[in-house]
Structures are given as structure tokens and as C-alpha cells.
Design a protein around this ligand. Structure first.
Ligand code: ATP
Length: 467
């Protein structure tokens, strides 16, 4: 279902150039020529990304009764990845071109370019491709000063395993009853064969994952509920157009080794319909694999006998007086793919009545990096400048609202700059402000202006941001 160019409002180059120009996203180590598939978030990007993570955490942890949070480490005992199945099966099919010597992901040739002919995909030129072979995507690193076969660890390729191996710790420390879930946001690393399309497919990224533990018979219902809930999250909280989201039932042949069922939420990116989030029924595969004596626990999935772990990752059901290995439903979304979707969705170009063009990022205010910009009408009038700076300081107090002060251009240009980065409100201080303590509040989307007394400004802005 992925790939294939679909006509969309904005193209990727426009987004990439806006991100660089306005300080959202930069290529990593750019001054040394960069490093493929790795990006840095700049002053505005870090705010946008943090705001998305905050929204997700609020929606999935604070606004529910059945969730806990966790922040597990990136480095883990190597055996985690042996028993999770990743050492053997976390692979992508790779092909080599015998002519240009490029290496490509065999199932994503449409995303790759021939190294000799940039307009062609691998296999479309005269170069012959090898048969696909398995390439394990986990990065290895050495732990401790001695380098031998036992001293290495992997950079985690998903955050999920940190949740599974802490299942007992969370259960024992919180006394949770099934069903309940654990949420985590954190970095994941995959040595993608062909990182591409800006921050869409990268080698270092962040995931927002939930492992939702339930009785086996509850898993199907929980699965459907999470799919619906998360489509609603992307629409209602992040502001994505429902028409640009699609559900894709992943066929068995394409599912991960642990999954009994997977539905991907696809978003219509400028590069076509691509995965934003995956929701999987991981059954009892992971808790079973990380448990000792799993044979006697009635584990249903095919798991490797595990003689290394010290734990049984089970739940004691007081109603049946039996230990069960819970089933797990996992909604797993990429933060970076969420940021990219939010940017593409919000980007708008508008021709004004006077014929001028304005670029406006119609981000949901909760996502906007800057909530309010305070601008002096005249930067050469010290009283106006002083008043504008003092209003900015007042607004930012308490840390609820990211406010900035800017006097580096004429007012019209300052408005455009804020429109382009999605700032919902601009406050302008002028001569009248000095007389009657009122300021102009300009709304990003409608460009309507209203005068407010400075005493009511903060509450009024907060109100509008909250709604
Ligand atoms: P794809 O098929 O696009 O490679 P996947 O099915 O391997 O993705 P999952 O393992 O389900 O991805 O990971 C969960 C989520 O993590 C994805 O929906 C995506 O948002 C994000 N993600 C996975 N790989 C990457 C990557 N290389 N770069 C950015 N985000 C990623």
C-alpha cells in the first residue's frame, strides 16, 4: 500500500527547506558533510516535538485510569534481544546492484534511487540485482573496556522490550489489575538499509509506545479500541485530516514475527500513503519468551526455551487462582513521523487581498513551538520597547506559554515570520498602549485584530490556547 506518488498540497522539498530556514530540523553533523539518516531538531523543532510528546502522554497516561508510564534504558542485556527474537528475525531483505555497487532494501526499491541514474529506481537500469539476503538492522556497541564476543550490547531497535522486561516490576510496585498498560517514549535505532525521505525513515528516531496487558480473551476488543482511539488522537489532538488517514490490515506474510494481527495507520504524506503508527496484537509472545519455565505456563505462542531469565512474567488471577501470561496489544507510533505529518498537514500558502502571498503553519496551538510573539510597533521608542519586553516577561512567567520578543523587522514582516512557524498569537505594543495600557492581539488564522487591556491579556490568551 505504501509508495506511489499521490498528489498533495505540499511537496517534501518545501517542508525540508522551511524546516532548515526556520530552525525546525537540521541535518546531523552538517558541517562535516552530514551522516545519512540522522537529523537534529533545532530551536523550534524541539518545541514542536516536545509538544507532540506531551499531547500523547496526556492522552494516553493522564487522561486514562488504566495506564502507567516508564522510561527504560536504551542499553539492555543482550539476551533481551536474543529471546525477543530480534537477533534472528529483525531483518530486512537487502539486494546489491552488481553495476553501481549500491545496497538497497529489496521490498522498498521504489523508495530508492539508482546510484548512477538518479531518476531511476534500482533494477530499472542495466545493473543486475543480487538475490535478496537478510540484513539485521540492530546497531551493536561495546559495553565496558574489554572487547570480546560477550561484551557487546545493541542499541534498542524498539522501546517495547524495556516495558516487557519491567512488567513484573511495574505490576508489583503498582498493584495493577488486568487490563492495564505501560506507556513509554524514547529513542530507538535501526540501521536502515535505505534511510530516505527526510525524517520519515531515519536510523535514530523516537517512538511513543504502549504495551497494553490483558487476558487473552480481551485482546481482540482492546485491539479494536486502541485503533479507534489512536485514529481519533491523530485527528482531534494533532489536527490531521481524517481523509488523509487510512487503516491497512497487514497480511500475515508482512507481519513481524511476534504479531497475530497488525493494523497500520497510514498518513498521506507528500511521498504517498505511508505508515505513521502500527497497532499489533503481540499475543503472549514477549512475556512468554522472557519467562522461565514457560512450558508449564500454557504459553500459546511459539517461544524459545529460556533458561537465562530469573523471572516468570505472569499475572496471578485471583478469580481463577491461576497464573496467566497476559496478551499484549501494542500501539506504536514514530514521534518523527508524527512531527512530519503535523508539519505537512499544517502547511498552507495563502494569497491575501493585496496580492501578497503568506505562508502559514496552521498548527494546533498545543503543538505550536511559540504561543505568542510580542512585537513593538516602533523599536526606536524606548517606552514601547520596555513595555513590550515587560509584557513578554509577564506572559512567560510560570512556563505555561512560550513567548518571544522580536523587533528585528517592520511589523508586517514580523507577522509573516510568526505565521510561517505557526505562532497562534501576536501581541503588538504601540503608542496607544502607552496611554491606555491596551495592546493589539492578532490571530494567526483569521488575521483579525482585537484590543485587550494588558491586565486581561494572559488569561485571555491562555483561555484561547486551552480551547
Ligand atoms: P516501516 O514498515 O515503515 O519500516 P515498521 O513497520 O518497521 O515501519 P514498526 O516496527 O511497527 O515500524 O515501528 C513502529 C513505528 O515506529 C512506525 O509506525 C514508525 O512510525 C516508527 N518507525 C519505525 N521505523 C522508523 C524509522 N526508520 N524512522 C522513523 N520512524 C520509524
Amino acid at each position: 500500500m505504501g509508495g506511489g506518488l499521490t498528489p498533495t498540497v505540499v511537496d517534501m522539498d518545501t517542508i525540508v527547506s522551511l524546516c532548515k530556514r526556520r530552525g525546525f530540523i537540521f541535518q546531523s553533523s552538517e558541517i562535516y558533510g552530514g551522516i545519512q539518516g540522522v537529523f537534529d531538531y533545532g530551536p523550534l523543532g524541539v518545541e514542536l516535538k516536545n509538544n507532540l510528546k506531551k499531547l500523547w502522554w496526556r492522552h494516553n497516561v493522564y487522561e486514562r485510569d488504566d495506564m502507567e508510564g516508564l522510561d527504560a534504558s536504551i542499553l539492555m542485556n543482550r539476551r533481551v534481544w536474543k529471546y525477543s527474537g530480534h537477533e534472528d528475525t529483525f531483518v530486512d531483505p537487502m539486494v546489491d546492484c552488481k553495476l553501481c555497487k549500491g545496497r538497497f532494501r529489496a521490498d522498498k526499491l521504489g523508495e530508492s534511487q539508482c546510484l548512477l541514474h538518479s531518476k531511476l529506481h534500482p533494477g530499472e537500469c542495466e545493473g543486475e540485482l543480487t538475490e535478496p539476503r537478510a540484513f539485521n538492522m540492530m546497531f551493536r556497541t561495546q559495553v565496558g573496556p574489554v572487547a570480546d564476543d560477550e561484551s557487546f550490547a545493541y542499541l534498542r531497535p524498539e522501546t517495547a522490550q524495556g516495558i516487557f522486561v519491567n512488567f513484573k516490576n511495574v505490576l508489583d510496585s503498582t498493584n495493577r489489575k488486568l487490563p492495564f498498560g505501560i506507556a513509554q517514549i524514547g529513542k530507538a535505532f535501526r540501521n536502515e538499509i535505505t534511510p530516505r525521505n527526510f525524517i520519515f525513515r531515519v536510523r535514530e528516531f523516537e517512538q511513543m509506545e504502549i504495551e497494553y496487558f490483558c487476558r487473552p480473551e480481551e485482546a481482540e476488543g482492546a485491539f479494536d479500541a486502541w485503533v479507534k482511539d489512536h485514529v481519533d488522537f491523530w485527528v482531534n489532538e494533532v489536527g490531521l485530516d481524517r481523509e488523509k488517514l487510512r487503516l491497512y490490515e497487514v497480511p500475515e506474510s508482512d507481519r513481524a514475527h511476534y504479531s497475530k494481527r497488525t493494523i497500520d495507520i497510514f498518513y498521506q504524506y507528500p511521498i504517498g500513503w505511508e505508515e505513521l503508527e502500527g497497532i499489533a496484537n503481540r499475543t503472549d509472545y514477549d512475556l512468554g519468551s522472557h519467562s522461565r519455565q514457560q512450558d508449564s505456563l500454557g504459553v500459546q505462542a511459539q517461544v524459545i526455551p529460556n533458561e537465562h531469565t530469573t523471572e516468570k512474567l505472569t499475572y496471578f488471577d485471583h478469580t481463577t487462582n491461576k497464573h496467566v501470561v497476559p496478551f499484549v496489544v501494542e500501539p506504536s507510533a514514530g514521534v518523527d513521523r508524527g512531527v512530519l505529518a503535523a508539519l505537512c498537514e499544517a502547511y498552507d500558502e495563502e494569497t491575501l487581498e493585496n496580492g501578497e502571498k503568506r505562508v502559514v503553519l496552521r498548527l494546533k496551538p498545543a503543538l505550536s513551538p511559540i504561543k505568542v510573539a510580542v512585537l513593538p510597533l516602533k523599536k526606536n521608542t524606548p517606552e514601547i520597547v520596555a513595555m513590550a519586553k515587560s509584557i513578554k516577561n509577564e506572559l512567560q512567567k510560570g512556563g505555561q506559554m512560550r513567548a518571544v520578543y522580536d523587533d528585528t523587522a517592520a511589523i508586517g514582516k514580523l507577522y509573516r515570520r510568526q505565521d510561517e512557524v505557526g505562532t497562534p498569537f501576536c501581541v503588538t505594543v504601540d503608542f496607544q498602549s502607552l496611554e491606555d495600557q491596551t495592546v493589539t492581539v492578532r490571530d494567526r488564522d483569521s488575521m483579525q485584530q482585537a484590543r485587550l487591556h494588558i491586565n486581561e491579556l494572559k488569561a485571555a490568551l491562555q483561555d484561547r490556547l486551552d480551547s
